[in-house]
Design a protein around this ligand. Structure first.
Ligand code: SAH
Length: 236
Protein backbone atom coordinates (compact mmCIF):
# COMPACT_ATOMS: atom_id res chain seq x y z
CA UNK A 1 0.00 0.00 0.00
CA UNK A 2 1.31 3.41 -0.94
CA UNK A 3 -0.81 6.38 -0.02
CA UNK A 4 -0.44 10.12 -0.25
CA UNK A 5 -2.20 12.48 2.09
CA UNK A 6 -2.41 16.06 0.96
CA UNK A 7 -3.15 18.85 3.34
CA UNK A 8 -6.85 19.08 3.97
CA UNK A 9 -9.21 20.47 6.52
CA UNK A 10 -7.43 20.76 9.81
CA UNK A 11 -9.02 19.76 13.07
CA UNK A 12 -8.44 22.24 15.85
CA UNK A 13 -5.56 21.00 17.97
CA UNK A 14 -4.38 22.76 21.10
CA UNK A 15 -1.21 24.79 20.51
CA UNK A 16 0.09 24.62 24.05
CA UNK A 17 -0.74 22.16 26.78
CA UNK A 18 0.03 23.24 30.30
CA UNK A 19 1.17 21.12 33.20
CA UNK A 20 2.76 17.73 32.58
CA UNK A 21 3.63 18.50 28.96
CA UNK A 22 5.63 21.54 29.99
CA UNK A 23 7.30 19.59 32.81
CA UNK A 24 8.36 16.91 30.32
CA UNK A 25 9.84 19.51 27.96
CA UNK A 26 11.83 20.99 30.86
CA UNK A 27 13.08 17.49 31.79
CA UNK A 28 14.14 16.84 28.17
CA UNK A 29 15.92 20.18 27.84
CA UNK A 30 17.83 19.47 31.08
CA UNK A 31 19.12 16.12 29.73
CA UNK A 32 20.45 17.24 26.33
CA UNK A 33 21.00 20.48 24.43
CA UNK A 34 17.76 20.65 22.44
CA UNK A 35 16.87 23.72 20.39
CA UNK A 36 13.76 25.78 21.00
CA UNK A 37 12.65 24.89 17.48
CA UNK A 38 12.61 21.15 18.23
CA UNK A 39 10.98 21.61 21.66
CA UNK A 40 8.28 23.84 20.14
CA UNK A 41 7.60 21.24 17.42
CA UNK A 42 7.20 18.57 20.12
CA UNK A 43 4.76 20.77 22.03
CA UNK A 44 2.73 21.33 18.85
CA UNK A 45 2.50 17.55 18.35
CA UNK A 46 1.08 16.46 21.73
CA UNK A 47 2.16 12.92 22.57
CA UNK A 48 -1.18 12.10 24.19
CA UNK A 49 -2.77 11.83 20.71
CA UNK A 50 -0.33 9.09 19.77
CA UNK A 51 -0.49 6.73 22.76
CA UNK A 52 -3.28 4.16 23.29
CA UNK A 53 -6.13 5.77 25.23
CA UNK A 54 -5.67 3.43 28.20
CA UNK A 55 -2.11 4.78 28.63
CA UNK A 56 -2.90 8.43 28.04
CA UNK A 57 -2.15 9.36 31.66
CA UNK A 58 1.45 8.19 31.03
CA UNK A 59 1.84 10.23 27.82
CA UNK A 60 4.04 12.86 29.45
CA UNK A 61 6.35 10.49 31.30
CA UNK A 62 9.80 10.22 29.79
CA UNK A 63 9.45 6.54 28.91
CA UNK A 64 8.64 4.36 25.91
CA UNK A 65 5.09 2.92 25.97
CA UNK A 66 3.51 -0.09 24.21
CA UNK A 67 1.44 0.69 21.09
CA UNK A 68 0.45 -2.87 20.10
CA UNK A 69 2.04 -5.49 17.79
CA UNK A 70 4.92 -5.73 20.32
CA UNK A 71 6.08 -2.22 19.34
CA UNK A 72 6.57 0.97 21.34
CA UNK A 73 6.21 4.72 21.02
CA UNK A 74 9.73 6.01 21.61
CA UNK A 75 10.96 7.72 24.76
CA UNK A 76 10.44 11.51 24.51
CA UNK A 77 14.05 12.46 25.35
CA UNK A 78 15.30 10.11 22.62
CA UNK A 79 12.83 11.53 20.10
CA UNK A 80 14.14 15.01 20.99
CA UNK A 81 17.78 13.92 20.58
CA UNK A 82 17.14 12.24 17.25
CA UNK A 83 15.12 15.14 15.86
CA UNK A 84 17.85 17.56 16.92
CA UNK A 85 20.59 15.34 15.48
CA UNK A 86 18.81 15.26 12.12
CA UNK A 87 19.60 18.97 11.52
CA UNK A 88 16.25 19.98 10.08
CA UNK A 89 17.44 23.44 9.16
CA UNK A 90 15.22 24.06 6.10
CA UNK A 91 11.49 23.51 5.64
CA UNK A 92 11.95 22.21 2.09
CA UNK A 93 14.01 19.17 3.13
CA UNK A 94 12.74 15.80 1.91
CA UNK A 95 12.72 13.41 4.87
CA UNK A 96 12.40 9.62 4.96
CA UNK A 97 11.29 8.03 8.23
CA UNK A 98 11.59 4.25 8.72
CA UNK A 99 9.33 2.87 11.49
CA UNK A 100 6.17 5.03 11.60
CA UNK A 101 4.90 3.23 14.73
CA UNK A 102 2.42 5.52 16.49
CA UNK A 103 3.12 8.40 14.09
CA UNK A 104 4.38 10.70 16.86
CA UNK A 105 7.85 11.23 15.37
CA UNK A 106 6.15 11.69 11.97
CA UNK A 107 3.97 14.46 13.42
CA UNK A 108 7.02 16.21 14.85
CA UNK A 109 8.79 15.99 11.48
CA UNK A 110 5.72 17.49 9.80
CA UNK A 111 5.97 20.48 12.13
CA UNK A 112 9.49 21.12 10.86
CA UNK A 113 9.57 20.14 7.17
CA UNK A 114 7.10 20.04 4.29
CA UNK A 115 7.77 16.63 2.74
CA UNK A 116 7.79 13.48 4.84
CA UNK A 117 7.93 9.90 3.52
CA UNK A 118 7.27 7.23 6.13
CA UNK A 119 7.50 3.43 5.99
CA UNK A 120 6.04 0.95 8.50
CA UNK A 121 6.03 -2.85 8.23
CA UNK A 122 2.91 -3.40 10.39
CA UNK A 123 -0.13 -2.43 8.26
CA UNK A 124 -2.33 -2.03 11.36
CA UNK A 125 0.07 0.39 13.03
CA UNK A 126 0.43 2.35 9.80
CA UNK A 127 -3.34 2.61 9.36
CA UNK A 128 -3.80 3.84 12.93
CA UNK A 129 -0.92 6.31 12.62
CA UNK A 130 -2.29 7.77 9.38
CA UNK A 131 -5.69 8.32 11.01
CA UNK A 132 -3.96 10.35 13.75
CA UNK A 133 -1.79 12.25 11.29
CA UNK A 134 -4.43 13.25 8.75
CA UNK A 135 -5.82 16.18 10.79
CA UNK A 136 -2.28 17.48 11.30
CA UNK A 137 -1.56 18.25 7.65
CA UNK A 138 -2.37 21.87 8.06
CA UNK A 139 -0.88 23.81 5.20
CA UNK A 140 -1.31 23.23 1.47
CA UNK A 141 2.49 22.90 1.34
CA UNK A 142 2.90 19.88 3.58
CA UNK A 143 2.51 16.34 2.34
CA UNK A 144 2.94 12.91 3.85
CA UNK A 145 3.62 9.84 1.72
CA UNK A 146 3.40 6.45 3.38
CA UNK A 147 4.36 2.94 2.47
CA UNK A 148 3.53 -0.34 4.15
CA UNK A 149 6.57 -2.60 3.89
CA UNK A 150 10.23 -3.11 4.70
CA UNK A 151 11.86 0.27 5.25
CA UNK A 152 15.36 -1.20 5.39
CA UNK A 153 15.11 -1.20 1.58
CA UNK A 154 14.32 2.51 1.63
CA UNK A 155 11.98 3.93 -1.03
CA UNK A 156 13.96 3.93 -4.24
CA UNK A 157 11.51 5.70 -6.55
CA UNK A 158 11.24 8.62 -4.13
CA UNK A 159 15.01 8.90 -3.44
CA UNK A 160 17.25 10.76 -2.85
CA UNK A 161 16.32 11.98 0.62
CA UNK A 162 17.95 14.96 2.34
CA UNK A 163 17.37 13.35 5.71
CA UNK A 164 16.71 9.77 6.84
CA UNK A 165 15.58 8.86 10.36
CA UNK A 166 15.26 5.22 11.42
CA UNK A 167 13.38 4.54 14.65
CA UNK A 168 14.19 0.82 14.99
CA UNK A 169 17.64 -0.68 15.53
CA UNK A 170 19.48 -2.03 12.50
CA UNK A 171 21.55 -5.15 13.08
CA UNK A 172 25.34 -4.70 12.83
CA UNK A 173 25.32 -2.28 9.89
CA UNK A 174 23.42 0.57 8.27
CA UNK A 175 21.26 -1.02 5.53
CA UNK A 176 23.11 -0.32 2.23
CA UNK A 177 19.92 0.82 0.37
CA UNK A 178 19.49 3.62 2.93
CA UNK A 179 23.08 4.75 2.38
CA UNK A 180 22.49 4.72 -1.38
CA UNK A 181 19.29 6.79 -1.05
CA UNK A 182 20.81 9.55 1.10
CA UNK A 183 21.35 12.75 -0.90
CA UNK A 184 24.79 14.34 -1.18
CA UNK A 185 25.30 16.39 2.02
CA UNK A 186 22.36 14.46 3.48
CA UNK A 187 22.12 13.36 7.12
CA UNK A 188 20.91 10.02 8.49
CA UNK A 189 20.20 9.21 12.15
CA UNK A 190 19.93 5.50 12.93
CA UNK A 191 20.34 3.17 15.92
CA UNK A 192 22.64 0.23 15.12
CA UNK A 193 23.06 -2.86 17.30
CA UNK A 194 26.41 -4.60 17.58
CA UNK A 195 26.83 -8.02 16.02
CA UNK A 196 27.50 -9.56 19.47
CA UNK A 197 24.45 -8.24 21.33
CA UNK A 198 21.28 -6.77 19.83
CA UNK A 199 20.59 -4.80 23.02
CA UNK A 200 23.95 -3.06 22.76
CA UNK A 201 22.85 -0.26 20.44
CA UNK A 202 24.49 3.01 19.46
CA UNK A 203 22.77 5.97 17.89
CA UNK A 204 24.74 6.92 14.77
CA UNK A 205 24.65 10.05 12.65
CA UNK A 206 25.98 9.69 9.11
CA UNK A 207 26.63 12.69 6.91
CA UNK A 208 27.21 12.13 3.23
CA UNK A 209 30.09 14.22 1.96
CA UNK A 210 29.91 16.12 -1.30
CA UNK A 211 31.83 13.37 -3.07
CA UNK A 212 29.82 10.35 -4.20
CA UNK A 213 29.69 7.78 -1.42
CA UNK A 214 31.75 8.92 1.55
CA UNK A 215 30.10 9.17 4.93
CA UNK A 216 31.23 10.78 8.15
CA UNK A 217 29.90 8.69 11.04
CA UNK A 218 29.40 10.08 14.55
CA UNK A 219 28.48 7.98 17.58
CA UNK A 220 25.79 9.84 19.56
CA UNK A 221 25.68 7.38 22.44
CA UNK A 222 23.74 4.35 23.68
CA UNK A 223 20.01 3.89 22.92
CA UNK A 224 17.37 1.16 23.27
CA UNK A 225 15.07 0.46 20.30
CA UNK A 226 12.97 -2.42 19.02
CA UNK A 227 14.75 -4.22 16.17
CA UNK A 228 14.52 -3.19 12.53
CA UNK A 229 13.01 -6.34 11.04
CA UNK A 230 13.81 -7.08 7.43
CA UNK A 231 11.21 -8.54 5.10
CA UNK A 232 7.59 -7.55 4.49
CA UNK A 233 4.52 -8.99 6.17
CA UNK A 234 3.72 -7.36 9.46
CA UNK A 235 0.99 -8.47 11.82
CA UNK A 236 -2.72 -8.54 11.04
N1 SAH B 1 8.78 6.47 15.90
C1 SAH B 1 7.90 5.46 16.39
C2 SAH B 1 8.72 4.27 16.83
C3 SAH B 1 7.99 3.02 16.78
S1 SAH B 1 8.93 1.62 17.24
C4 SAH B 1 7.08 5.99 17.53
O1 SAH B 1 7.61 6.76 18.34
O2 SAH B 1 5.91 5.62 17.66
C5 SAH B 1 9.65 1.16 15.70
C6 SAH B 1 8.73 0.84 14.58
O3 SAH B 1 9.51 0.35 13.48
C7 SAH B 1 7.70 -0.25 14.85
O4 SAH B 1 6.42 0.25 14.59
C8 SAH B 1 8.08 -1.37 13.91
O5 SAH B 1 6.96 -2.10 13.42
C9 SAH B 1 8.78 -0.62 12.79
N2 SAH B 1 9.69 -1.42 11.99
C10 SAH B 1 10.55 -2.39 12.38
N3 SAH B 1 11.23 -2.87 11.33
C11 SAH B 1 10.80 -2.18 10.24
C12 SAH B 1 11.13 -2.22 8.86
N4 SAH B 1 12.06 -3.05 8.37
N5 SAH B 1 10.48 -1.38 8.03
C13 SAH B 1 9.53 -0.52 8.50
N6 SAH B 1 9.18 -0.44 9.80
C14 SAH B 1 9.81 -1.25 10.66
Amino acid sequence: MNSVIKAGESEALPEIIEGPHQALMAEIAALDPISETVLAAMVRAPREYFVPSALRHHAYHNSALPIGQGQTISQPSVVARMTEALRLDRANLKVLEVGTGSGWQTAILLELVQRVFTIERHPTLLREALARLQPRLKTPHSSLNSLSGDGSKGWKVMAPFDRIIVTAAAFAEVPPPLLAQLAVKGVMVIPVATRQNDRDQRLLRLTRSSSAAEFVTEDLGPVQFVPLVSGDGGGP
